[in-house]
Unconditional design. Structure first.
Length: 331
């Protein structure tokens, strides 16, 4: 059972199912409001991503290529988070309820043994780190779903980055999960690339962010002598993390609620600077590829080179943040 087979199954199912989610949105009138449209745009494309992902990993399970116990934990927890997103797309869910649901999902993961295993931290601290990581990454991806093609494209790039690490480390379980996820998003991207026919909604963004948070802590990154390699997932997902921190800082300056939808996002500021939607998302894609390269270097290099890669990322983020942060946006 090869990774190629998992990829093809998830990709084909995604291409076939995503158009059906458009029909579901139209049937049940589930739309994302748009300024220039009375009707809005279908926004439960995440259901197609979910079932495409599920098809890929279940095929691998059928052929005995994945740990059934661990997979059942991931599927149970991510399905719960998907349900939260679907409810939010149908009828806005309070942020506090979403966070409680995400914490419950993290508890399910811990029950199934998926927790950070940082050797020089006590067990209780690893549990705290796991819950904080899952919560922050899940919501970072949710907040980043603000532009045609952006979220899916970044999910593919980040999944590929982590896939390189898992393949080199011969981690077949993580590799299969990542291949299924990126293939599902590639199929979805066919309909979500600007001008988008469908959005994934919170259904897809919460599910995808949660899944990447989970699988990133399942991968083993470093022996004791290469502690900097533990920062590999942080660098791989640093763009969504940065965008969230950027939002918090920008909104705190203007005393706005963090979860209120505004144009403070990094990518939206690129558009305010005069770039088209396509150019803005490609800037984000290229930036994410650059960070993915730094993450891979950190994963397989010594501490000194890893520290240098981290310093480069921080310097670039600060420089870009200063330039883009000066752009005035509408309140």
């Amino acid at each position: 059972m090869s990774l190629l087979c998992v990829f093809l199954v998830s990709a084909v199912v995604s291409v076939m199912l995503v158009p059906q989610t458009i029909r579901i949105s139209n049937r049940f009138r589930i739309f994302k409001p748009l300024k220039d449209s009375v009707k809005g745009k279908p926004c439960v494309g995440g259901l197609g991503i979910y079932f495409a992902f599920l098809a890929g990993v279940l095929i691998a399970l059928f052929f005995g290529r994945v740990d059934g116990f661990k997979l059942s934990g991931i599927v149970a927890a991510s399905t719960l988070v998907l349900a939260l997103g679907l409810i939010d797309d149908i009828n806005d869910l309070r942020p506090s309820l979403k966070i409680l649901g995400e914490l419950l999902g993290a508890c399910i993961l811990i029950f199934f043994g998926m927790v950070t295993k940082i050797a020089f931290f006590p067990g209780w601290l690893n549990i705290v780190i796991t819950m904080a990581w899952v919560l922050f990454i899940t919501n970072a991806f949710n907040l980043l779903d603000i532009m045609d093609g952006l979220m899916s494209g970044l999910t593919v790039i980040i999944s590929l980055t982590l896939l390189v690490v898992s393949v080199v480390n011969k981690d077949s379980f993580s590799s299969i999960v990542l291949v299924a996820l990126l293939a599902a998003h590639l199929g979805f991207l066919r309909y979500n690339y600007p001008p988008a026919k469908v959005y994934m909604g919170d259904t897809g963004s919460l599910f995808s962010g949660f899944l990447l948070a989970v699988i990133s802590i399942n991968i083993s990154y470093a022996p004791m002598e290469r502690k900097m390699a533990l920062l590999t997932p942080v660098l791989a997902m640093s763009l969504p993390l940065y965008d969230t921190l950027f939002l918090i800082i920008m909104r705190a300056k203007k005393k706005r609620p963090i979860f209120k939808k505004t144009k403070d996002h990094f990518a939206l500021r690129l558009m305010t600077m005069g770039h088209s939607v396509q150019k803005s998302i490609w800037v984000m894609y290229i930036f994410s590829v650059f960070l993915g390269g730094l993450a891979i270097i950190t994963a397989f290099s010594g501490n000194l080179i890893g520290a240098a890669a981290l310093a480069i990322a921080v310097f670039v983020f600060i420089a870009m943040g200063r330039k883009v942060g000066m752009v005035r946006v509408e309140d």
